[in-house]
Write a protein of this length. Structure first.
Length: 323
């Protein structure tokens, strides 16, 4: 593990200890004292004084990278060139160009580079298309995808620094964008965009997308919302589907269908999104199994982010400055 982040506990430590064949052997962080404290608290055997020392550790096969996004490409490429596969926290990189460089390094070293887009590994997303067909709802016309959660303003938090990869789009909006891409593919245009800015950081944004498949989507995210919300609403020819908590469905979710036949609610059982993700990565690295997401999905993710980012910083975008 590179980076002693809070998300690492649920994203890596807990699923690793529940899955066979996965051991968390070492940690490194910018602050060695913080890495040491994290290791003691979570019983991690080795603490390395530098990123390079961890990357060179012969016991390490996969490096989880949870640095600020501005460092993702540099650290990932160093690890890949050393023969290690990498699991990079989202966003995968700062731009599509950086994502392309990471994937090129993986191809050159015959290793693997994964983005931690854990939501998509839950059976909910594998079942979504099947459910729409089973309910005979017809074509999808419009989607509203939202992820908003309050993030305390903290100068030490990279999410409040644009140069480090912060902001609502990069940290939060990447999820609803991924949910829409999963449904409709990669080809879309941004028809409208707006953002609220504070000290150069997009603290909230909204964007309307038109996909080549014909559907339209509205995605929204905010770091300054009073309450947490993750939702996906799908309007079809013959009905409507609402999904509560597509972000971490294992913590409780509900799929509600409103159609001519009435109202129905279901829950799609499954493991934690993080356990499903880590199990799929192990199967790919160790057993050679195909990974559930396309090899270029991290690149497609950053291409989509770049497209929306260009729209929200465009002079044509609606802008609001927050004190």
């Amino acid at each position: 593990m590179i980076g002693a982040s809070r998300i690492a506990v649920s994203a890596i430590l807990e699923p690793a200890r529940a899955l066979p064949g996965i051991d968390v052997r070492a940690i490194a962080a910018r602050d060695p004292a913080r890495a040491g404290a994290f290791a003691r608290k979570h019983a991690i055997e080795n603490v390395h004084a530098s990123y390079d020392a961890l990357i060179d550790d012969p016991q390490v096969d996969l490096v989880y990278i949870a640095t600020p996004p501005s460092h993702h490409a540099e650290v990932a490429i160093r690890a890949l060139r050393a023969g290690k596969s990498v699991l990079v926290e989202k966003p995968f990189a700062m731009s599509a160009g950086e994502a392309c460089a990471i994937l090129a390094a993986a191809a050159a070293s015959r290793t693997q580079a994964f983005e931690a887009m854990h939501s998509l590994h839950h059976p909910l997303f594998r079942r979504l298309g099947e459910m729409l067909a089973e309910w005979e709802l017809g074509e999808v016309r419009h989607v509203r995808a939202t992820f908003a959660t309050p993030i305390a303003e903290d100068p030490a938090d990279f999410r409040w620094h644009r140069a480090l990869g912060g902001g609502a789009l990069m940290d939060l909006g990447i999820y609803p964008l991924a949910w829409c891409r999963r449904m409709f593919g990669e080809a879309f245009t941004v028809t409208r965009a707006s953002a609220t800015w504070r000290a150069g950081v997009d603290i909230a944004f909204a964007a309307s997308l038109r996909f080549a498949a014909g559907a339209e989507a509205e995605i929204r995210s905010s770091m300054v919302t009073p309450q947490h919300r993750a939702s996906l609403e799908i309007d079809c020819e013959h009905g409507r589907v609402a999904i509560d908590n597509p972000l971490v469905p294992h913590l409780g979710h509900r799929v509600t269908c409103l159609a001519r036949g009435g109202r129905s609610e279901i829950v799609v059982p499954g493991p934690t999104t993080y356990a499903a993700q880590l199990a799929a990565i192990r199967a790919t690295i160790v057993d050679g199994a195909p990974f559930p997401l396309a090899a270029d999905d991290p690149l497609c993710s950053m291409q989509a982010i770049d497209r929306v980012r260009a729209a929200i910083i465009s002079p044509c975008a609606r802008r609001r400055i927050s004190p």
